[in-house]
Design a protein around this ligand. Structure first.
Ligand SMILES: [Zn+2]
Length: 286
């Protein structure tokens, strides 16, 4: 560990405010030692997946020393809760795997919370142009506020063609898939430039068709990743500096007693204009 705050994050005490990482890490196994916490042999992605999640007043976190991060003093709780999962997913699976570089043309396919987290963290690297592609004009309007340079509504099925026209037929240096369905993966394949990268951040439940007959000569690369959460100490510093405010993604807040209302809101996200919904236990600052 290289500095004091990182060391402190490994020693939470009774009464500390902490971020519970979505990925559980023992810090001792071979995968953890390679920084691949997502595949930890004693943890990985288990919360809300292999056993019940953390939407409760009390929760026991296994491998807590590797899976909790102390709240830095003076930070906003909404920013911190967004570091539990989506900010790091967007950053690690999208921006870092896509190797976003200054001057790049970047396309983000999907303006949901993960796509918007990609948008916020991609700007660390000053891409020259950011295209946001989505079906929903409300989400596109939010993406515009958060720094997108060009909005593309994909509801007419012509999004890929529009991106190719806007880039003089070259395509984009980085295409980040942030939905997890075949249609959005197809858009990425259609718009990646020669020498470009496709970084998949979406969780896929169905097979996609890989068009190697078109991609084999493109000098492109395709990456996949389950979020490792290894960038948390770094993102905490950026949040503390005020240069990253992922709390902007929180649109609704409910006390935990109203959890069903919170789920209804999230189930009707498009109608309700919901991005991230926060549950509070009555002791929170909200
Ligand atoms: Zn481990």
């Amino acid at each position: 560990m290289s500095n004091k705050s990182e060391r402190e994050s490994l020693s939470s005490k009774v009464g500390d405010g902490v971020i519970i990482s979505c990925v559980t890490a023992c810090l001792k196994c071979d995968f953890c030692k390679r920084g691949m916490y997502s595949h930890c042999r004693r943890g990985g992605w288990i919360l809300g997946y292999l056993f019940d999640g953390t939407q409760a007043e009390f929760v026991r976190i296994p491998q807590a020393d590797g899976s909790l991060y102390n709240f830095p003093a003076g930070s906003d709780e909404a920013d911190l809760v967004m570091l539990s999962d989506i900010s790091r997913t967007g950053f690690e699976c999208g921006v870092r795997n896509g190797q976003v570089t200054p001057g790049d043309t970047l396309a983000i396919v999907g303006a949901g919370p993960v796509g918007l987290a990609v948008l916020l963290t991609a700007q660390f690297y000053s891409p020259a142009a950011i295209f946001m592609i989505d079906l929903d004009d409300k989400r596109l309007a939010i993406a515009k506020k958060f720094g997108t340079t060009t909005l593309v509504n994909s509801s007419d099925g012509k999004a890929a063609q529009r991106v190719m026209d806007l880039t003089d037929g070259a395509g984009v240096d980085v295409a980040i898939e942030a939905v997890g369905i075949p249609a959005t993966f197809d858009i990425c394949q259609s718009i990646v430039a020669a020498g470009g990268r496709i970084a998949n951040a979406g969780v896929h439940g169905k097979p996609v068709e890989l068009h190697l007959e078109k991609l084999w000569d493109r000098n492109m690369s395709l990456t996949t990743r389950l979020v490792d959460t290894v960038t948390t100490p770094m993102l905490l510093k950026v949040v503390r500096s005020g240069k990253l405010q992922p709390g902007k993604l929180v649109t609704h807040r409910f006390p935990i007693n109203d959890i069903m209302k919170a789920y209804e809101t999230f189930a009707n996200a498009a109608k309700e204009g919901a991005l991230k919904v926060v549950l509070t236990n009555g002791q929170s600052q909200y």
